[in-house]
Design a protein around this ligand. Sequence first.
Ligand SMILES: [Fe+2]
Ligand SMILES: [Fe+2]
Length: 316
Amino acid sequence: MALEELVTELKTVWKFDYEPSIKALRDLYETAKKEQWNAATDIDWTRDIDKDGDILDPEQDAFRSFDFVKALPEDKQKELAVRRAAWTLSQFLHGEQGALLCCGQLVEVVPDMDGKLYASTQVIDEARHVEVFHRYVQRLDRVYPIDPALQTVLNAILEADMWQMKCVGMQVIVEGLAMGSFKIMKKGTSDPLLKSIVELTAQDEARHVSYGLIYMKDEIPRMSGPDRDRLEDFAWTAIDIMAGGGRRMSSQAELYAGLGIDTEAAVEELRERFRDPKQRANRPNAFRQYVIPQLQRIDLITERTAPNYRKLGFEV
Ligand SMILES: [Fe+2]
Ligand SMILES: [Fe+2]
């Protein structure tokens, strides 16, 4: 099976002061220990997936209103909807692995014992998430390859030379996106199995986001000017790669194979529609609803970087 290696420079930090120093993180560590669940036994895997229903929120799935989709016979539209759901959930599966790798790094790189202890609980949380999504996606259809834009961001986080970049990149941006998306999915899916999965995972992701917010709220004001600028730029670049509409659509071309779709025309229509910020404005969107407000809460969107966000259609 495919193996991909990444050589990263990690500064591994020992901490010999074991006394709690960041109370909110220590409390979160206690909560995390209490709220463990088991992906093998706490999910009712005997349930069948209702593939005729809405796996993804119809409102979230803009595809349905697109000309190239509406032109298909109904059975092909259904097949495409299932593939789309499997593609999207495959990205979450790969994202979960990225989170697993990243919080393993956080155990090593963060300078506080409370930060290390908490991150250790997240390692097992993410292992569970990899397990549940893999199981679900395989049942639904198959695991699709990682989207190049997502992998670029995850690699940048894993390779980052500042622990604060890992913390903001993973815990605030990627975790915020996961938590928001799972909440939106929970509301929109008609499949009870997926609903139960995203309900449990969203609870964990909310904790993971809290870790990032608690830690970074205190840390960012302490950072030097140049480091802080680098962190702001890192956050902006990650958002631009992931939310910069249209650009990632081409990687989904393999979804259309065998359905009689004119792939080129489809990609062009997607680009066109997603380029228009108004198209996205009224749809549930985890960036707008969760990630951007979180970056604002830790003061990481400044006068210097705000115009970049506005260009993408975010009101900041
Ligand atoms: Fe996760
Ligand atoms: Fe997470």
